[in-house]
Write a protein that binds this ligand. Structure first.
Ligand code: FAD
Length: 304
């Protein structure tokens, strides 16, 4: 009889009920391209539900996002999801990108508003001839084709939402417009996620809400970015990384432990889908997926 993991209620190594997806960003240079593809090759055998490719602020990576999605389709068996934002483009331009993806065979788009061109924190002004908010973009995409459409969700509220009613109403508008899944901003406090989920379900929103997990590659950078995007950093997390600024190896081990604890606790709370912000690196994400019980698919299955 298989033994249950010492510390957990579920049997590690089965991984059968866990589903994962991985997020990558389009590379800027040949060197970065090589490291992205190393990560894709390493993570592919874990049979993710999909892999998504981000879209740079203001459409700055339009071609690179497209090229990366195209290469994933051409060279792997993975299902790519292309991120797309409203900022800096007219509706016609955005629609043309969606039609291009449709012609390529892309079936999944992650529809976002995007941050203002001036950066996070600047006041957002919709472009007069563009899609104003992500709910408008979702509607536009659904008009063009039968895409799977994922949207964002914020367990700690989007920084521009003045209150929870506004936040949840916005998510509901995206679902009413045709979103089929929400992926959350990363967070480190699972209690906040659970409270958020109670609000979401109480509002009658029943699409899957997939927690976004950020394995911490660089704690300093994570602190800076979190302050901008509204993710709180618990004191215990600061203490875990304290004194490790110059100690890359220990930092990696701590980061792996932190993320493994987080996902295992979420499993204990009933979560079975996870989206990993990989930062184009496989190492931490692979270790966390392994801990979740995921194992490489047998080669004949990968080749099929
Ligand atoms: P929305 O859901 O449209 O909402 C943004 C804010 O606008 C909310 O506060 C909402 O309450 C408010 N709002 C909505 N409708 C109205 C209205 N009618 N009037 C006034 N206010 C309104 N950014 C990128 O540039 N590229 C990416 O690839 C990318 N990927 C991401 C993936 C995920 C999973 C997440 C969580 C975020 C991602 N982002 C990306 C960041 C995202 O673009 C920013 O967080 C952005 O500030 C908001 O985009 P959104 O789609 O969440 O916005």
């Amino acid at each position: 009889m298989p033994s249950t993991d010492k510390f957990r209620r579920f049997e590690l190594g089965s991984g059968a009920d866990v589903s994962v997806s991985f997020e990558f960003f389009p590379p800027k240079s040949e060197k970065m391209e090589a490291s992205l593809w190393r990560a894709v090759e390493r993570l592919q055998p874990l049979s993710p539900n999909f892999v998504s490719v981000t879209y740079g602020a203001g459409g700055s990576t339009r071609e690179r996002t497209h090229r990366t999605v195209e290469r994933i389709l051409r060279e792997t068996d993975l299902s790519p999801a292309a991120h797309l934002t409203c900022v800096g483009s007219s509706r016609e331009e955005v629609d043309a990108i969606v039609r291009d993806y449709q012609a390529l065979g892309v079936k999944h788009i992650v529809a976002l508003r995007g941050d203002p061109m001036e950066g996070i924190g600047a006041i957002y002004k919709p472009q007069p001839d563009g899609y104003a908010y992500s709910c408008d973009l979702v509607e536009g995409i659904r008009r063009i084709g039968d895409f799977e459409v994922s949207v964002s969700a914020y367990p700690e509220r989007h920084p521009e939402s003045p209150d929870w009613a506004t936040e949840i109403d916005n998510l509901k508008r995206k679902v009413d417009a045709g979103a089929t899944r929400a992926i959350t901003q990363y967070f480190f406090d699972n209690d906040l996620f659970e409270t958020f989920m109670e609000k979401v379900r109480a509002a009658g929103i029943d699409i899957p809400i997939v927690p976004g997990i950020l394995p911490i590659v660089n704690f300093e950078t994570t602190m800076v970015f979190s302050a901008k995007c509204g993710t709180s950093i618990p004191d215990w997390l600061v203490r875990r990384f304290a004194g490790l600024d110059q100690d890359v190896e220990t930092r990696k081990l701590v980061a792996s432990a932190v993320a493994c604890e987080q996902v295992l606790d979420l499993v204990d709370r009933g979560v079975s889908d996870f989206h990993f912000y990989t930062m184009n690196r496989a190492e931490l994400t692979y270790a966390i997926c392994h801990t979740l019980g995921l194992r490489p698919a047998p080669e004949e299955k990968q080749a099929a």
